[in-house]
Design a binder for this molecule. Structure first.
Ligand SMILES: *[C@@H]1O[C@H](CO)[C@@H](O)[C@H](O)[C@H]1NC(C)=O
Ligand SMILES: *[C@@H]1O[C@H](CO)[C@@H](O)[C@H](O)[C@H]1NC(C)=O
Ligand SMILES: *[C@@H]1O[C@H](CO)[C@@H](O)[C@H](O)[C@H]1NC(C)=O
Length: 348
């Protein structure tokens, strides 16, 4: 049974629907639909999809991360544990397809890099075994295609490139790769690699000053060329220019209680969905369209039950659904983004 609370303006209801007075799903279909209804009264809501996945018994470990290949309608979940499949593949409808654990030690972050030409799954592995301290690329069937880092050996080297607890990565359609390294290890840095894996730039050293990091835990890139990093230990989000690596701005006013553990955009890029692990909370944060990021402003929150512990998340670029990897509840849940049912809309 899903444990799910929703809070609006401080009032919480079990299983109630979260109604946001903003356009959030961001898919062209929803936008068209909502214009036909009424722009001013249009409302968007997130609804927990209790039917996803169809059978939750596939979650036999601790579910650390989730990736969505919206081109092909596939959802990849990575979990940790002994003698279990580590990567589980589901359809967006919630049907289990296949699993693998070949060369996966302790997955931390996962990313689906799908173009019309190629379907790839990238995993950051924080294991201390013989496959750990690496960033690995797999085919969608689980064949190992590329290994970055020195398997089984942590380090800070740049040639060859080494990692210590690489936390997450984001891969652009061009093949450029952004890696946050790492999750409490030797390194606190953001690295941009070209599609042939040479270092384009690197930012960050351990610390709390500008462009320094303390557990950079999640990274995403917007279409205007800004790189957004959840600098968890410093309780802030830092934003960089993707071409130069220059620091563009910092949000440090929204996460005073606890640092952000995950950052992902809604499909229209108007909002960032931010997870806070120990607070078991997702926040919808307004994101300025270009340039200076200004101050951070939380528009709404989705309060999950105590101890659910949302670790990393992914937003489906087509539907706007939020998939959350919950390390406390040991499951992945799907929050559908929908327009309000027509029957609930005011008379036109
Ligand atoms: C890999 O997964 C299978 C089940 O799919 C399991 O029997 C096996 O023990 C796992 N191997 C490891 C190394 O975890
Ligand atoms: C990094 O710096 C923070 C303070 O900003 C400190 O608490 C932490 O121990 C340092 N970590 C490493 C790996 O040096
Ligand atoms: C969450 O709480 C655990 C246990 O108290 C702690 O070890 C961990 O550092 C906390 N994580 C964050 C992001 O605050």
């Amino acid at each position: 049974m899903a444990r799910f609370w929703v809070c609006v303006a401080g009032a919480c209801t079990l299983f109630a629907l979260l109604v946001l007075h903003f356009h959030i799903c961001g898919s062209p279909v929803f936008r068209k639909l909502s214009f036909q209804v009424n722009w001013n009264t249009k409302e968007i809501l997130y609804r927990l999809d209790v039917g996803w996945p169809k059978y939750s018994e596939y979650f036999t470990g601790t579910t650390f991360c989730v990736a969505v290949d919206s081109l092909n309608g596939l959802v990849y979940v990575a979990q940790r544990g002994d003698n279990i499949p580590k990567v589980l593949v589901f359809t967006e409808d919630g049907y289990f397809l296949r699993a693998w654990n070949y060369t996966v030690d302790s997955p931390h972050g996962i990313f689906a890099a799908s173009t019309p030409h190629e379907q790839s799954i990238w995993i950051t592995d924080v294991g201390s075994g013989s496959y750990g301290h690496t960033v690995k690329k797999y085919s969608s069937l689980g064949d190992l295609v590329q290994v970055l880092g020195t398997p089984g050996k942590k380090g800070s080297g740049l040639n060859p490139l080494q990692f210590d607890n690489p936390a997450e990565l984001y891969v652009e359609d061009t093949g450029d790769i952004y890696i946050v390294d790492g999750d409490g290890g030797l390194n606190n840095r953001l690295i941009k690699l070209s599609q042939d894996f040479s270092i384009l730039w690197l930012r960050g050293e351990n610390g709390s000053g500008p462009a320094k990091f303390n557990i950079p835990h999640s990274v995403t890139v917007d279409s205007t060329g800004r790189v957004w990093v959840a600098d968890r230990g410093n309780k802030r989000i830092q934003v960089f220019d993707k071409e130069t690596g220059e620091l563009l701005g910092t949000w440090d006013n929204c996460f005073v209680q606890e640092g952000p553990s995950a950052v992902r955009f809604t499909p229209d890029e108007k909002y960032l969905i931010v997870a806070q692990l120990n607070l078991s909370r997702l926040s919808v944060v307004a994101a300025p369209p270009v340039g200076d990021i200004g101050m951070c402003s939380v528009i709404s929150t989705i309060q999950l039950a105590d101890q659910v512990l949302p670790h990393l998340l992914e937003v489906d670029r087509k539907t706007g659904a939020i998939y959350v990897a919950e390390i406390g509840a040991k499951q992945v849940q799907n929050h559908l983004c929908e327009t309000q049912p027509l029957s609930l809309l005011p008379e036109l």
